[in-house]
Design a protein around this ligand. Structure first.
Ligand code: CA
Length: 370
C-alpha cells in the first residue's frame, strides 16, 4: 500500500434497509476504491432517497475523480463544485460533494493509519455526549408525545432532549396552543433543570415564532430551532434578535456564504449538516466561520452510521463544543450493514481511534439491500 494510490472506482449506491422503506428512510452512500484496494465510504443527504446526489456523483463528479489522488481532496472538492455550479450550488450538488469528501477522508486516514480527527488537527475530546432528537410530534397528542419522550429519555439517558414538530411546512401557526401544551408536558415530565430544546421545523410566522419563543423561555428551554421558513433569512434573524432564548438555524444552508448571511441576520447558533454542505471539509470551514463570528456550531445530523461517524470526528476537534451531538435514529435498523459504527453508551458516543472514519461495513449485507 502506498501513499500514491489513485482513485480507481466511484460507486454511488442507494441502500433500502427494509424492502418497503420510503425514500427518506434509505441511505445514499458512495464507495470509493483506490488502485491499491483501499476503500472509503461517504454519505449524502437522504432527502428523497438521495438519488439526485447519487446521480450527480455518477454523471458529473466521477469523471473528475477517476485517476485523481485522494490527498488532493480539497482541490477536487472546489474544482468539482465550480465545474458543476450551474446544477445549483445548494442541495443535491453539495450533498454529492459531501459524500465524496467523507469517503476521501476515510481513504486518507486508512492510507496513513490514523483516525480522521488526528488528520484534522487532533481531538479536544473523544467522548461526546448526545441529545435525543425526537421527531414527528405535530401528529401526536400531548400524551403520545410525553410517552415517546419518556421512553427514549429512560432508554438512552441522553444529555438533553429536543422535540421536533415535523409538521406541514406549507401551513404556518397551525396549532400553537397544542405545540405549547406538548412543550409544557415534556418539561413537567423531565423536571425543571433538564436541558430541553424545541424544533419548529419552519412551522411559524415571525409573530407566531416570537409568541412560542417567549413561552419556551418561561419553560426554561435552552434553544428554539428553525422557527420560521429557512429561506426567510431576514425573518429568522429578526426572531433570533427579539428573543432571549437561543434561536438556531442553518441545517438547510449549503454554502459558507449562505451561512455568513444567516449569522449576519442575527442567528447565533447554526446547524450545518455534514451530508448537505461539503462533508468533513465543509463542516471544518463552517467551524472557522463560526469561531470568527462568535457563533455556536451545533451540527444537524440524523444518519446513524457513516455521516454520524464523520460528524463525531469533526465535533472531537472543536474547541468550543457548547451542545451535545444530535442522535435521531436509535432503531439500530442499519446495524447489520455496519458491524462497527458509533453506538451510544451511557449518554455518550466514543470517537473511534481506528484508521479513517473507524467504521466497518458488511459488503454482503449492503449488496443484499441495493
Ligand atoms: Ca431541525
Amino acid at each position: 500500500m502506498g501513499l500514491s494510490a489513485r482513485i480507481k472506482t466511484v460507486e454511488p449506491i442507494q441502500v433500502a434497509w427494509q424492502r418497503d422503506d420510503p425514500p427518506g428512510r434509505r441511505s445514499a452512500i458512495v464507495r470509493i476504491t483506490t488502485e491499491d484496494g483501499v476503500v472509503g465510504y461517504g454519505e449524502a443527504s437522504p432527502m428523497q432517497g438521495g438519488l439526485h446526489s447519487l446521480g450527480i456523483i455518477e454523471r458529473d463528479l466521477t469523471p473528475g475523480l477517476i485517476g485523481a489522488d485522494p490527498f488532493d481532496q480539497a482541490v477536487l472538492h472546489d474544482r468539482l463544485y465550480h465545474r458543476n455550479i450551474k446544477l445549483g450550488p445548494e442541495g443535491a450538488l453539495t450533498g454529492a460533494l459531501a459524500a465524496v469528501d467523507i469517503a476521501l477522508w476515510d481513504i486518507k486516514g486508512k492510507l496513513l493509519g490514523l483516525p480522521v480527527y488526528k488528520l484534522l488537527g487532533g481531538a479536544w475530546r473523544t467522548e461526546i455526549p448526545f441529545y435525543a432528537s425526537i421527531g414527528g410530534n405535530a401528529a401526536r397528542t400531548v400524551d403520545e408525545t410525553v410517552r415517546v419522550v419518556e421512553s427514549r429519555w429512560k432508554a438512552e439517558t441522553p444529555a438533553a432532549i429536543k422535540i421536533r414538530r415535523d409538521g406541514d411546512r406549507s401551513r404556518l401557526d397551525l396549532d400553537i396552543p397544542g405545540d405549547l401544551a406538548k412543550a409544557r408536558a415534556v418539561r413537567a415530565l423531565v423536571g425543571d433543570d433538564y436541558p430541553l430544546a424545541f424544533d419548529a421545523n419552519n412551522g411559524y410566522s415571525v409573530g407566531g415564532a416570537i409568541r412560542v419563543g417567549r413561552a419556551l423561555e418561561e419553560l426554561g428551554y435552552i434553544w428554539f430551532e428553525e422557527p420560521v421558513q429557512h429561506y426567510d433569512v431576514r425573518g429568522m434573524g429578526e426572531v433570533a434578535q427579539r428573543l432571549d432564548i437561543t434561536v438556531s438555524a442553518a441545517e438547510q444552508t449549503y454554502t459558507q456564504q449562505a451561512l455568513v448571511d444567516m449569522i449576519r441576520a442575527g442567528v447565533r447558533m447554526v446547524q450545518p449538516d455534514i451530508v448537505k454542505m461539503g462533508g468533513i471539509t465543509g463542516l471544518m470551514q463552517c467551524a472557522a466561520v463560526c469561531y470568527a463570528h462568535g457563533v455556536e456550531l451545533v451540527p444537524h445530523q440524523t444518519q446513524p452510521t457513516i455521516a454520524h461517524a464523520a460528524n463525531l470526528h469533526v465535533l472531537a476537534t472543536l474547541m468550543h463544543l457548547t451542545k451535545p451531538a444530535e442522535y435521531a435514529d436509535p432503531s439500530g435498523r442499519m446495524d447489520p450493514g455496519f458491524p462497527v459504527a458509533p453506538r451510544p453508551e451511557n449518554g455518550r458516543f466514543t470517537v473511534s481511534d481506528r484508521p479513517g472514519l473507524g467504521i466497518e461495513v458488511d459488503e454482503a449485507e449492503l449488496s443484499s439491500r441495493l
